[in-house]
Structure formats: C-alpha cells, structure tokens
Design a protein around this ligand. Sequence first.
Ligand code: SF4
Ligand code: SF4
Length: 470
Amino acid sequence: MKDHDFNGLRRRLRIVSLGQRLTLLDVDTFSWFVLTDPRYIAAIRSLVEDCAIDPEHTSILAEVERMLPTPRSIPEGYHTLDRLTLLVTQACNARCVYCYADGGSYGSNPMLMAPTTARNAVRYFLQRFPQIKQIQFFGGEPFLNTSVIKYVMEFVVDLYNKGQIISLPRFTVVTNLTTFPPELPDLLEEFRLQLVVSVDGPAFIHDQLRPLANGKGSFERMYRHVRRIQQITDGRQPVAAEATYTAKHVRRGISLLEIYRFVQADLGIPDVIVTPVETDDSTLKITDETWYESIHQVIQLGYRAFCEGDLVRVQQYLSPWLKGVNPENAEPWECELFCTAGVFSFAVDARGDIYPCQRFVGHPEFRLGSTVAAPHAFPSDIFEQTRQKMTSLIRKDHPECLSCPIRVVCAGCPAQWILADSVSASPVGPWCEQKRKLKIDLVALSLEMQEKHPERWHQLKSTEAAMVTC
Ligand code: SF4
Ligand code: SF4
C-alpha cells in the first residue's frame, strides 16, 4: 500500500499558541482544538514543519484527518436572495459630511421611486429567486417616500397570503429618523418593519456630522422620534443604530466604546452596528490602527461583563464580534464570499436600475440592467462580468487569502476595493494584519470564556442573535 503523504492535512493545519494554550487550527473550517497530548503535538508538529512522517505518527495523523469537519461550500442550486435593497428615494433632507451618495441623490436629480417601479423590482427578483430573506428600504432618506414602503410591504404580504411566495421577507429600513410619517406606527405593528436609525453619538458630534439640508443639527429631531417610537412599541424599536466612526470622534475624545454606551444606555437601542468612515477626506478618515484599537476596547468591555455575569452587556458589546469567528451558524454563502452583493443580493435604484448594492449606484459601469426596461440583468454580459469581478475577490480563490489562517471568517467590503481601483481590486492590504490579530484574539477570548465559566458560555450561545445591514 502506498504511504499516505498527508499533504492535504499539512495544508489545512496550523499550530497556534493562544496565551498558555497550544492549539490546532484547521484553516478550511476555522475549527480550533486545544492540544494537550504530547504524542499528538509531536505528530502534528512534524507534519506542519514539513519533516518526514514518522511511521509512529501515521495513525495519529489519520485520526486527526478523520476528526476534521468537512469544509463548507455554497450548495449546488442555492437560490436564496439574501437581501433586496430598494432605493425608494434618491433624495435626502440631511447632508451628512461623509455621505458617499452626493446628499442622497447618487449624482442624479433628486427623485422618488414610483410604486410600479418598486412592484416590478420585487416581481423581477421573485421570478429569479424563490425566496427573499430581507427587503431593505434605503435612500437617501426612505421616509420621504413612505407610501411606497407601505405599498411594497402590502404587495409582498398579499403574495404570501395567496401562497405565491414560500416565506415572508424581513422588512427593514435604514433611516435618519428626522421625519415621523403619520403611518409609521401602523407600519411597525402590521408589517413588523424593523427600524435601523443612524446615530453618530451625542448631539455635539452627531450634529457636526449629520446636519440637515438647512444646516441645522438633526439630533434633536432624531432623539424625539426615537423616544416616541419607543413609547409606541414598548421599547422594541428601533431595533438597531448604525454609527459611522470618524477622525472627528477621535479628535473630540469620543471612543467607539462611548458611542456604544450612548446608544445603548442613553438612547435605549440594543444593537449598534459601527463602521469606520469611508472617505478620502483626511479630516474624517481614521487609520486602521485606530479602528482596530477601538474594537479591541469594546471587546474587552464585553469580556469584563462576561466575567461579572452580565450577559446582557456581553450580548451588546461582545456577541456580534464573536459571531464573526463562529462559522458554524453562518449563512451558506459566508464560507466563500466576503459579501453577497452582485451574487445573492442586489440594489434597485429609484429608476429601476439594478446594481450589486447601493454603493455602486451612480457608477454606470456597474449598472447590471433594469427591472423596467431592456436589457434586463439575468443574463447579460455586464451582469456576468460584474458577478465574476465580485466572485474573483472571494477568499476561497484569492492566492494570498488561501494561506491565511482567518480566510473562512475574514470580513470586508468588495465595493470599497473595487471602487478604489476597479482594475487591480484586491481584498489584501495593510489592514490584513490587524484583521488577523482581531480574529485570533477573539478565538483566544472565547476559549478562555468557555474554560472559566462553561455554564455562562453555554447560556450565551443559546441566546445568540445579531443584526447586519450595509
Ligand atoms: S486577512 Fe487578508 S489575506 Fe487574510 S483572508 Fe482576509 S483579505 Fe485575505
Ligand atoms: S459589504 Fe460592501 S459591497 Fe457588500 S453590500 Fe455592503 S457596501 Fe456593498
């Protein structure tokens, strides 16, 4: 019998020291095993260090090989639309200083989506994807066109009630909440519309970054409307706040942690989704170091809360980050793609034009087609080209990602890379080192949590939840 060379295993395995622990990482599944048995350590070490395999080690390595989970891939025929984003307005009543969408219009004349355009868009995608998991209303400011939001939800619920779609999507809206449409309470109640409100911190910083079109601050209105909605919904809404972190925060001494505290403790909104500002403006841009340092502070606070047994705060500060190192419960596409844009999610602008996501609106070279006029998107040359561009950035195939220990759980925004340099777009950059450190630190932290308080850890895992928008 020909000797087994274990080359596949050699490629998959890494020995990583996490604090006092020696661990084994399988990079194809991001599974971790604490190594304690010296025989196993010797066998694996000789394998990964490329030494000749000692016959004594063969049975141990064969056992390790059998024990490893099967790497996940997107199932053949997977056909779920993860998210359909409808730009129900390309107009906004605010002028956020970092807006990538030219004050909400994306470089065109301000406009609202017509009801027929919205209906056609939903129909168009339902013909191609039997299931839509989320319909996200976006803008500009979506509540400048509330009647179309209502119309779309009524239309979709009607299809569901008639048995024409197999499940109801989750409806979400990303809003500055500076308006309070009279029909909003009914929409929250009847359609379970989930509100995600943009909040950049306390009034003095929020107003600097998110002024209204008339130059006045938007905080007071947003705050008043959040309170009103909380009264109506017994505090269940808004479900999340979206915050953009900038160099202005840093200069004013506002840490990321303070934004979390403000949103959760002062505003009473449970989930916070933070992103670093995306801009070339040096007065706003933050460095990778600042960003990752800020995240580490938030995580440390979550860890302290865990040690104190405060699982509510753990869920607020730590759980969303821990979710990012646990591929077990991830969506099928997450094992291969950085994000679903242009593959399993799309955005439709107010005209009915289709883009991979809202970040590409206003860039005609990424217009995939139209839901209202020929040529449609599926199939078309531009659709195929864009799809290939989006999927060429997948970590499964990118040469540098292939050998990276965090490949399976690495996160990133393809739009940022493609729009910065569409010819040589790459996910790999100086930020990779920080990303790797963050993920590995999170694994070390979760091992410590499991060892220190196994029951608490178990309780936490059973209540895991997270919210994602873009
Ligand atoms: S950290 Fe960099 S090299 Fe590693 S998977 Fe992510 S993008 Fe690729
Ligand atoms: S991660 Fe980037 S490319 Fe993906 S949907 Fe969000 S903005 Fe678009």
